[in-house]
Design a protein around this ligand. Structure first.
Ligand SMILES: [Fe+2]
Ligand SMILES: [Fe+2]
Length: 301
């Protein structure tokens, strides 16, 4: 076995790591709009020299708004996926059902968490930021695919939050403390989810032929391409919001969109694709699958 994850121990760690929404953000708290919210390793707004420092910070905050919205969207398809996976095991007497239901309930709580931050954001940000969606349609499109492909996308997302948290503590000491705390609390629970999702992926891949796995990887790329199109559209919306917020047209808008789209590719796809644990799961499932995904990874760097 390439890992020592099991349902009972992971459930136990999950229950120990659990937190309540009010510990992260109470309804009466406000985000600090005098600071950045996203780690710059993810937002990459400070690299844009056509923007002054205030404008770079505004774009960083729009990128934080995107973060809240994108995670809201992905949590919404993770939840039904988990319930579907739990359903066939309801008669089992092992720890699997409890662990997966707890996982699902934490993701439902994360939907509330991201919504709460979103409410605090729009309350104090001067302009409206448009978001791709609706999330139900995005979720329905993703869930149309082979459960193994969906499971791999979710596994990639679970591991990437670890990268986000590390970014938030490593590269910016001056982030809004509430946003930093969001990343830390999300990571605490996601670290356990990633273990459970590894077990789910193992179970879904078991007994498949190389050809069937190959087909699932095709679908993994289809989902990736679909999400990537959404991120490109979102980069357009973000530029619109920036121009409204700073009250001027930005020169080099097309380059800015391309640069911000690439930043989002790294944040929401690439940083999970290259995660060592994700790569190990792929390698164990099929070296060919691992090689195909490694080959695509530089596009999302
Ligand atoms: Fe989550
Ligand atoms: Fe999760």
């Amino acid at each position: 076995m390439y890992h020592d994850f099991n349902y009972e121990a992971t459930l136990e760690s999950s229950l120990r790591a659990q937190w309540q929404l009010d510990e992260v953000l109470r309804d009466d708290q406000s985000l600090d709009f005098t600071r950045n919210m996203m780690p710059e390793s993810l937002a990459r707004a400070a690299l844009l020299d056509q923007l002054n420092p205030f404008e770079q910070r505004t774009l960083n905050q729009i990128s934080a708004h995107q973060y809240l919205s994108i995670f809201g969207i992905v949590e919404e398809f993770i939840l039904p996926f988990l319930l579907d996976h739990a359903r066939p095991h309801l008669l089992g007497d092992d720890w699997r059902v409890r662990a997966i239901l707890n996982f699902a309930s934490e993701e439902a709580k994360h939907i509330h968490l991201f919504k709460r931050f979103h409410t605090a954001f729009v309350r104090d940000f001067p302009v409206e930021c448009r978001v791709i969606g609706p999330s139900e349609d995005i979720g329905a499109e993703v869930l149309k695919h082979d459960p193994l492909a969906v499971g791999l996308v979710i596994l990639m997302i679970e591991w990437m939050t670890q990268q986000h948290y590390l970014g938030s503590i490593r590269d910016d000491g001056d982030l809004d403390p509430l946003f930093k705390s969001l990343m830390r609390h999300h990571w605490m629970e996601e670290a356990q989810h990633a273990k459970l999702d590894t077990l789910i992926v193992d179970a879904l891949a078991k007994g498949r032929t190389e050809e069937q796995i190959d087909k699932a990887i095709d679908e993994f790329f289809e989902i990736g391409g679909f999400l990537d199109d959404g991120l490109r559209q979102q980069a357009h919306f973000n530029l619109e919001a920036l121009e409204r917020a700073i009250g001027r047209k930005v020169e080099g808008g097309a380059e800015l969109i391309a640069q911000q789209h690439q930043a989002a590719r790294w944040t929401y796809i690439g940083s999970g694709m290259v995660h060592e644990r994700f790569k190990t799961t792929l390698e164990e499932m099929s070296p060919r699958a691992a090689a195909r995904i490694a080959e695509a990874a530089p596009m999302f760097a």
